[in-house]
Design a protein around this ligand. Sequence first.
Ligand SMILES: [Zn+2]
Ligand SMILES: [Zn+2]
Length: 343
Amino acid sequence: MKALVYYGPHDIRYEEVPTPQPGPGQVLVRVKAVSICGSDLAGYKAVSAMRKPPLIMGHEFSGQVAALGEGVHGIQPGDRVGVVTNLYCGTCRNCHDGLTNVCDYRYIIGTTMKAGSYNGAMAEYVVAPAEKLMPLPDSVSYEECALVEPLSISLRAVKHAGRLDGKTVAVFGVGPIGLMGVMCLRIFGAARIIAIDVMENRLQMARECGATDVINSNDDVEGIIRKMTDDTGVDVVFDAAGIPQTVNRAIEIARNGGTILMVGMASPTFEIEYKHAVVKELRLQASYMYTSEMREGLQLIIDGKLDVKKMITGRYPLSEGPRIFEELASGKTQDVKVILTND
Ligand SMILES: [Zn+2]
Ligand SMILES: [Zn+2]
């Protein structure tokens, strides 16, 4: 089969590789749509512990069942499916506690974890455990389904905020995760959703996704929010960026006793206004990956509660992958979400 094989920073090649064979309990999925994630791009741009070459990336995808391994029942070749990509062990302490998202022994399709690498969906075919398949109704397209994984990240973070009815929430960074955060905040009843980003096209998209207000990061974000909230600050901040500026701004604009949802992690290490966060008794709540949220996110799409399609700004055949990665890495495009397809 053909696949995009990652060999190291700025080196992805479209080439022939052996087609994987499904083992017992596994299925072979013919990939229909696979989305490029910010984490894939990070691995493309620089050495990342989560992308050890050679590796076929791709953890946001959907497809059609092509072949069944031994002992798989209830699934037919031709079935349209999404795939839950977190392959947790199911027996460790974290898994027992329901924290399958931080299982120490998990594989994630399309990445490298402590347990090892698992080839992903930037290929014609990918192998997945049958129990990880999510049947896809005809009403949901392959492209929409490829966005369920990033949606689940945003959904989990928003669930961490608790009751949102009538609350004011600021969202830093409205790339795919922030935009889906805006959509989820809306569903969960947030009254006012303030999107903050440096790119005007993204702020425009945030409005289309349900943001009630937008602020360009180059403006006086703190001053504008103080005015908007009668000097009290926002109840919740959803930080999809995770850089020194956004985290410290979040601490500044959150109201006393407010919550900061830590989702983005673009900068691994930096200084924060720690004392300021303590004396405001802020709740700094990290949110990582998903547990049950992929299936819940797909259900939201099936129920017509949100429309993830609108953030897809580019569609290309898999064969153009090397060029697309280079273009996205250069930062010159205004793309929000790009999908690679196999026809
Ligand atoms: Zn991702
Ligand atoms: Zn585990």
